[in-house]
Design a protein around this ligand. Structure first.
Ligand code: DGL
Length: 269
């Protein structure tokens, strides 16, 4: 890759929700993506393990000539926000931009947050929302089965298993009267249609998308956008077999990416 890239990492497919937005808002940028498919899910692991994995993920991206790193993972962003302070390029997680978008979107001051168990335990989104808007009521719910569903390709809103799992987690949020719901794990926008059907009339905030928009603004501010207007290239790296990732990522991004997916041994980074 000739020009410096935007580095994006997640435990698996979820960070592609940020990549999809980057491809639209910054089509000339190179992107290097790392999905830790060999160790997904992160959200039910200990803080120490999540921190260790997140540091390795960021370190791997630094070997790829990146100019900015996006932790496109609600869990890494919530449990290990300090990694931004230890790397040599600008960094953003998903919590701050997503919370800001939710505060802007809510009309009735009742915001729901769904995320992995590790994320919800930290209270990261709630804290940030109430820092920005102390009167906003926040209703939190962890949804530990959503990531395995997405990673295994259960994403159709018509799938009975998807509907059942969503109903199990979201029925209490329906009763809370929220008008806005943060999809606080970047995997969740992939099943946004099904989530929306369970919560009619509730505005969904996509953490991957909001963070990509924020990252674009950081690059603009720092005058670090690609200087030419040739289309950007994308490289994808995963920590386990490339096949399943290539297929699902290709469907989600609407393009065949199989030639640009490679496997990396993340434990050796
Ligand atoms: N996409 C990650 C997140 O945003 C999923 C974490 C996991 O692997 O459990 O939290």
């Amino acid at each position: 890759m000739a020009k410096k890239a935007i580095g994006v990492f997640d435990s698996g497919l979820g960070g592609l929700t940020a990549v999809r937005e980057l491809l639209t808002v910054l089509p000339n940028e190179n992107i290097v993506y790392f999905g830790d498919t060999g160790r997904v899910p992160y959200g039910n692991r200990s803080r120490e393990t999540i921190k260790k994995y997140s540091i390795q993920d960021a370190r791997f991206l630094l070997t790829k000539n990146v100019k900015l790193i996006i932790a496109a993972c609600g869990t890494a962003s919530s449990v290990a926000p300090e990694i931004g302070g230890n790397i040599s390029v600008p960094f953003t997680g998903v919590v701050a931009p997503t919370a800001a978008a939710a505060v802007k979107a809510t009309k009735n001051g009742k915001v729901g947050v769904i995320g992995t168990t590790a994320t919800i335990k930290t209270g990261s989104y709630k804290r940030e929302i109430q820092r920005l808007s102390p009167d906003t009521e926040v209703f939190e719910q962890d949804c530990p089965l959503f990531v395995p569903l997405v990673e295994n390709g259960f994403i159709s809103p018509d799938d009975e298993i998807v509907k059942l799992v969503i109903e199990r987690y979201l029925s209490s949020l329906r009763e809370s009267g929220i008008d806005t719901l943060i999809l606080g794990c970047t995997h969740y926008p992939i099943i946004a249609e099904a989530i929306s059907e369970a919560l009619p009339g509730v505005r969904l905030i996509d953490s991957g998308r909001e963070t990509a928009i924020y990252a674009a603004s950081i690059l603009k501010e720092q005058n670090a956008l690609a200087a030419d207007d040739t289309p950007g290239e994308c490289e994808f790296y995963v920590s386990d077999t490339t096949e399943g990732f290539s297929t699902l990522a290709g469907i989600f991004l609407g393009r065949d990416i199989s030639a640009s997916v490679s496997r990396v041994d993340i434990e050796r980074i």
